[in-house]
Design a protein around this ligand. Sequence first.
Ligand code: SF4
Length: 328
Amino acid sequence: MGRQHKGQDRTREEVADRSRRRDKRGMPRARTAPDTAAPSARRAVAKTPRPPLSGATPAEPPLPPAGGAKTVKPSLRQAEAEATKPPLTQAKPAKRRRVPAMTLAEVRGFLTALAAANPAPQSELDYSDPYTLLVAVVLSAQATDASVNRATRTLFQAAATPAAMVRLGVDGVASHIRSIGLWQGKARNVVALSQALLDQHGGAVPADREALEKLPGVGRKTANVVLNVAFGQATMAVDTHVFRLGNRTGIAPGATPRAVEDGLVRRVPKDMLRDAHHWLILHGRYVCKARRPECWRCVAASWCRYPDKTPAPAAAPAPGQPHEPAPA
Ligand code: SF4
């Protein structure tokens, strides 16, 4: 027994001695080292909050210790790394490819193809004279021709001359055009331009761009339409369809409606210029649509420079037929 005690004491001393040497070298204690921490310290360790499980909401950062303890500052290296981080960049919108401009021969070919399909193009607005055309075009801003025609059907029954429109007044005009966009401002403009025609032009619509553009609610595009349709002038009104076609097809690329207008006036053969306005509007409205041009049925596709022409959709099944062939 005595020898056994001596052996056990020697073993404990060796273990303690080995542990002291490890502490001096900064090595972790052997796992077999006895836990010498006081019970209170063990309880304190047990109360230390565990780190959150992955995926859990991260906890609030700890408050700085009370009693004026210094806040730990980020190291210089951390600060430098933050400063040299590249700035967050937003995803850039996809760049639209520039379509090369058609040659003058291609412009003629393109318009000849449209002309063959529609030799006598007409405005789709209902009108009976330059005045009713002017009113209809003013009302057509940001509205479809069909909706304008529905409104003017009753409006022109009530007032088809400048004098009658002034008598009808803003509220009377508004009661006929409430179904189209921006009706309040348009009602005011129609009455004001009618009064201006009476005051300055003897109740007639002037065949002059400058005089037209001075009328309330009349801009360059409206003046171009009236000069083209009512007075037969070779003007080019650029609306949303013509602007799109000018750039998409390469017939007259330009960054602004005015640039497209000038390009078309310069590039379209003079004998085609007056009708080109309608060919382009109608082609943009019914075939070369904004979202999905119907290139597979476009009569001018061989002249068009648009690189992403829409292929023909798969043949639609006959009514009542399944999409997939029935199994044998
Ligand atoms: S081919 Fe397509 S993009 Fe070109 S004009 Fe015809 S519909 Fe428009």
